[in-house]
Design a protein around this ligand. Structure first.
Ligand code: FRU
Length: 496
């Protein structure tokens, strides 16, 4: 029976030791992708928050670094972001060194315990050595609490369109936008989101940025807005809004003006992708929007059956903004850098599926480190179902239900589930958003996670699981009738 280190992912980032939640302060600089994260270095459950730190040259394999920010007398270091202040607008730069400026929430635990409403405020820190060491600004906090209990998770971007810094933070049931010229003095510009979209829980960890609509010169602004609980399949989840920004106010596109509780604008429909945000300072022309999320859910994150460390990040993803028949949507696919780790390839074409067919066993491809792509073009009314199984009788199932036009993912028999009632009490579902006749999928498998990207990332589902033994077999079945698997393309992913 597997436990603890057996469950440590092969390639998804995990802290060497103890607790991790949200990704924080991601920026790219001088050849390195930086990832900071909510971290409690002294225990494997949530506690006094620090910013842990890891670096990578490709967002796929990571090297953990010393802790970047520690709590102090003003409080714990909650989630936030970082920007590269290339023009030294903050004045923190010295001797030509470019300052990296982080903005985070101070959470005063004493105030919180005493029931004071104003225990969260926004603060900054800067680094002159590319994120290794940080100095907290003596003028902190830079934004005092205005009398809102949940007031946190500032995400800053350089808004090149309006030549200003823009920051969005989450404030209970809305997002608040602030603008600044120097990262120190902030002015409230507007608020957004009360009564719009999903509000099953507190809004947290927003992100806000402009994007080109694919294959056009049109620019729209995207607000990513996590909430907990209230996610599509329960617990924590991440929805988004698309609209226009005039430098002060965000206005959603027509089709999102009256968005209700139930909608299909989710970055990921699975249970385990939360608090994700995008990297700052990505260099390329029309820079890619690169995203990473925390691969867990507050419903059970602190109970999952690992001891040494707790929780992982998703694989890094590239977001795109698509417009189809006048409707906007965000798609996401694994960052292309993952392809550099492909080794053995196993491929089949035109496989007739009638009943259950064994596709891949672990002698061919180790299923705890794999990328599998498939295409089905004559799905007609047949439902398909993939199943990962092992000799212990564990089974992870995911498939497509025609009648409902829904994907599903069932981890209820995928090994250890008893640590939390919320872990596997429901089969997760996700709408098929694409109307295309062909159905394509990318399956990214690690020891304890599956990330499903359907229809070029129009529907995404990410979930974790804890099998008693590694998966030994991948099979596919036709649930009623038969179909042809036009293509199945599996790659062993190899890390070192
Ligand atoms: C989201 C969150 C943030 C907060 C952080 C604390 O998971 O609740 O809102 O800043 O975690 O660790």
């Amino acid at each position: 029976v597997q436990k603890d280190e057996d469950f440590r992912p092969n390639f998804h980032f995990t802290p060497e030791k103890n607790w991790m939640n949200d990704p924080n302060g991601m920026f790219f600089y001088n050849g390195y992708f930086h990832l900071f994260f909510q971290h409690y270095p002294d225990d494997n459950v949530w506690g006094p928050m620090h910013w842990g730190h890891a670096i990578s040259t490709d967002m796929i394999t990571w090297k953990e670094q010393p802790i970047a920010l520690e709590p102090d007398e003003k409080g714990y270091i909650f989630s936030g972001s970082a920007v590269v202040d290339n023009e030294n607008t903050s004045g923190f730069g010295k001797d030509g060194k470019v300052p990296i400026v982080a903005m985070f929430t101070y959470h005063d635990p004493k105030g919180a315990e005493a029931g004071e409403i104003d225990h969260q405020s926004q603060a900054i820190a800067y680094s002159l050595d590319e994120g290794k060491t940080w100095t907290k600004y003596e003028g902190n906090p830079v934004i005092e609490n205005p009398g809102i209990k949940d007031f946190r998770d500032p995400k800053v971007i350089w808004d090149g369109i309006h030549q200003q810094w823009v920051m969005v933070l989450a404030a209970d049931d809305k997002s608040m936008f602030y603008i600044s010229k120097n990262l120190k003095d902030w002015e409230l510009a507007s608020e957004f989101g009360k009564g719009l979209g999903a509000h099953g829980g507190v809004w947290e960890c927003p992100d806000f940025f402009p994007m080109y609509v694919e294959d056009s010169d049109e620019v729209k602004w995207v607000l990513i807005q996590s909430l907990n609980p209230g996610g599509y399949n329960g617990g924590s989840g991440t929805q988004y809004f698309i609209g226009d920004f005039d430098g002060k106010e965000f206005t959603p596109v027509d089709e999102m003006q009256d968005l209700g509780e139930d909608h299909n604008y989710w970055i990921d429909f699975g249970k385990d992708n939360y608090a994700g945000v995008t990297w700052a300072n990505i260099p390329e022309e029309n820079g890619r929007k690169l995203f990473i999320g925390w691969m867990s859910n507050w419903q059970y994150a602190q109970e999952v059956p690992t001891e040494t460390w707790r929780s992982a990040m998703t694989v890094a993803r590239e977001l795109k903004l698509e417009k189809n028949d006048g409707s906007y949507m965000i798609t996401s696919v694994p960052a292309r850098e993952l392809k550099n780790y492909r080794s053995i390839n196993y491929k089949e074409e035109n496989v007739k599926i009638n009943g259950t067919t064994k596709l891949i066993d672990s002698a061919k491809i180790d299923l705890s480190s794999a990328e599998i792509r498939f295409k089905i073009s004559d799905l007609k009314q047949t439902d398909y179902k993939f199943s990962l199984s092992n000799s212990q009788g564990d089974e992870l199932v995911f498939g497509y239900d025609h009648a409902e036009k829904e994907f599903y993912l069932d981890r209820s028999k995928a090994g250890q589930t008893g640590f939390s009632e919320d872990f596997a009490n429901k089969i997760s579902t996700a709408p098929r958003i694409s109307d295309a006749g062909d159905l394509t999928g990318i399956i990214i498998l690690d020891k304890t996670s599956v990330e499903l990207f359907f229809d070029d990332g129009k529907t995404v589902m990410t979930e974790i699981f804890f099998p008693n033994y590694p998966w030994e077999q991948l099979s596919v079945s036709a649930e009623n009738g038969e179909f042809t698997l036009d293509q199945i393309d599996a790659y062993q992913l190899k890390f070192k």
